[in-house]
Design a protein around this ligand. Sequence first.
Ligand SMILES: Nc1ncnc2c1ncn2[C@@H]1O[C@H](COP(=O)(O)OP(=O)(O)OP(=O)(O)O)[C@@H](O)[C@H]1O
Ligand SMILES: [Mg+2]
Length: 315
Amino acid sequence: MLQQVNGHSSNPDAHGRKPLREDLQEFLGQDAPLLLLDDLTKVNPVTLETVLRCLQARYMADTFYTNAGCTLVALNPFKPVPQLYSPELMRQYHAAPQPQKLKPHIFGVGEQTYRNVKSLIEPVNQSIVVSGESGAGKTWTSRCLMKFYAVVAASPTSWESHRIAERIEQRILNSNPVMEAFGNACTLRNNNSSRFGKFIQLQLNRTQQMTGAAVQTYLLEKTRVAYQASSERNFHIFYQICKGANADERLQWHLPEGAAFSWLPNPERTLEEDCFEVTREAMLHLGISAPTQNNIFKVRRKAVLVLRGDRQPFS
Ligand SMILES: Nc1ncnc2c1ncn2[C@@H]1O[C@H](COP(=O)(O)OP(=O)(O)OP(=O)(O)O)[C@@H](O)[C@H]1O
Ligand SMILES: [Mg+2]
């Protein structure tokens, strides 16, 4: 039974139960069970301290997912843990007779939701809400879910449908680098902070194969173009263009090598997000042709000239 800590009395209550403080000490004194508690509803008594200690013990043992009833608590490992996201593990969760019996994992949530759609005679939409403070790992988690669905919801029967599914899968995954290039920036809390909210809709057909996706974005922090807090940066795309344009493009876009722009602060910071090639490649996969890309980057270049305070007329 769950108990709330309401007081610190040391006397047993009318039912002969131990006082809570003692319970708390007893609970916190046992390290091994803390680590093994894979659901926070099993923490007893429920206090901020016991819950945090439980999560801490799991974190120290590289166990980054814990259930809290029907919610999944994900801790940010802040280090690569490739075995935690392998295709092999995706398949394990997908093939498990009862995925909820496996260790808590984002793939478990993904699979459960997928089965909820599948098991119903009349399919019902399912939603996963990913929330947390900046840097908590929401974007990472959403990417994991998209990768998971791209794998499990793309096992078509015919060769033709295989090709279509593969194309959709690639497009869905390629939307991430594009959205992140144009909508993410380096902040004090997160080198790749999303400066917008997004609603991603994955569409399945009657046989639960992925047939399309739609992404709706909202509340883009547009003011960042003109103002950045100290030690923060503008949107990644500006730095990508400045660092990654080739000689021809530099001439065309009037971007001399090494030019400094006052509204593109901290360009010396090298982030893995600064990769122009990845953005271009992803745009191509999304069907944005090289000439269209060129037009888009020209617009960005005009913004850069404005940012520089350059008043020359736009071409
Ligand atoms: N599961 C994970 N495994 C490894 N690294 C992770 C994981 N989750 C997050 N990270 C690391 O933490 C960083 C921040 O995560 P992420 O960008 O997803 O945060 P966020 O919640 O989307 O923040 P914001 O609200 O600022 O956009 C990532 O760039 C990545 O380096
Ligand atoms: Mg984010």
